[in-house]
Write a protein that binds this ligand. Structure first.
Ligand SMILES: NC(=O)c1ccc[n+]([C@@H]2O[C@H](COP(=O)([O-])OP(=O)(O)OC[C@H]3O[C@@H](n4cnc5c(N)ncnc54)[C@H](OP(=O)(O)O)[C@@H]3O)[C@@H](O)[C@H]2O)c1
Length: 235
């Protein structure tokens, strides 16, 4: 797998955090010498994905970026997963496992990145609601072929800051967990090249539950304290 010429599928890339991922990953081709990644937006609908790809290119152009070096396309989730070497799941936990069943063959030998946080609303606040496996990451690992390298990352990154490509240069820490050292290294490199993140090695995949559980806390802290788009920095 060539880390400078990757096909990256963002399944559910039409959504909140997906949009920021698309923009930041596409911009790597301008920010980092020699990088020629292709970003494929996945959706349940090919038309929605195509439209999201058009909008992302338009937004990058409107923000003054040279889009001639940027490749963003759209497709169904399944076709996007088939075409990609690295797949990011930006879909809510409830919908993830059925999608993995449908896409099982397309996941063989690929890197699968999960920022998925299983959580539920209780009253005004969110609580972490992991599945029986202990975390979304472990439930996902159980579902996919053995050859799929699962990496947990980006759970604690607020969509609002990822999307704000012009104003937001703030650097948040992005913890990355995986049992596959090479896949973890590659995702950490991608995170670093996004320009607004400092990747930190978070250990093996079974550590992902800790990271997942912090997201409802960040959302609740923002709500209770009149703040917005909270991320984390360790120092
Ligand atoms: N938002 C954040 O700040 C943030 C931060 C860290 C992690 N995350 C995690 O990232 C994931 C996505 O969060 P989000 O806020 O971006 O979600 P979202 O905007 O609500 O949804 C993302 C996409 O999911 C697709 N979708 C909706 N219903 C579906 C279904 N029944 N089956 C398959 N796909 C469906 C939609 O795409 P189409 O309609 O185009 O198919 C939608 O655009 C979640 O697991 C969340 O925990 C979010």
């Amino acid at each position: 797998m060539n880390p400078d010429k990757l096909k990256i599928a963002i399944l559910g890339g039409t959504g909140n955090i997906g949009e920021g991922m698309v923009l930041r990953l596409a911009l790597q081709n301008l920010m980092t010498d020699g990088v020629k990644n292709e970003v494929i937006i996945g959706s349940r609908s090919r038309e929605t994905a195509d439209e999201a790809a058009k909008q992302a290119l338009l937004e990058l152009g409107n923000c003054g970026f040279d889009t001639s070096k940027i490749i963003i396309t759209g497709n169904t989730n399944l076709e996007a997963a088939k075409a990609a070497e690295l797949i990011i799941l930006t879909i809510r936990f409830d919908h993830v496992l059925p999608l993995l069943d449908e896409s099982r063959e397309a996941l063989e030998n690929k890197i699968l990145v999960t920022p998925v946080v299983p959580m539920a609303k209780e009253g005004n606040l969110f609580i972490y609601k992991p599945p029986a496996e202990g975390s979304a990451a472990l439930a996902i690992q159980k579902k996919v072929p053995e050859s799929t390298k699962v990496v947990a990352a980006f759970h604690n990154i607020p969509a609002g800051k990822l999307k704000d490509i012009v104003k937001c240069k703030a650097v948040h820490d992005a913890i990355v967990c995986s049992d596959d050292a090479e896949a973890k290294k590659l995702v950490m490199e991608l995170a670093k090249n996004m320009g607004c993140l400092r990747p930190l090695d978070g250990g093996p995949l079974n550590q992902a539950s800790i990271m997942e559980s912090l997201t409802p806390m960040l959302i609740n802290l923002a709500k209770l304290n009149g703040l917005k788009d909270l991320g984390m920095n360790f120092s």
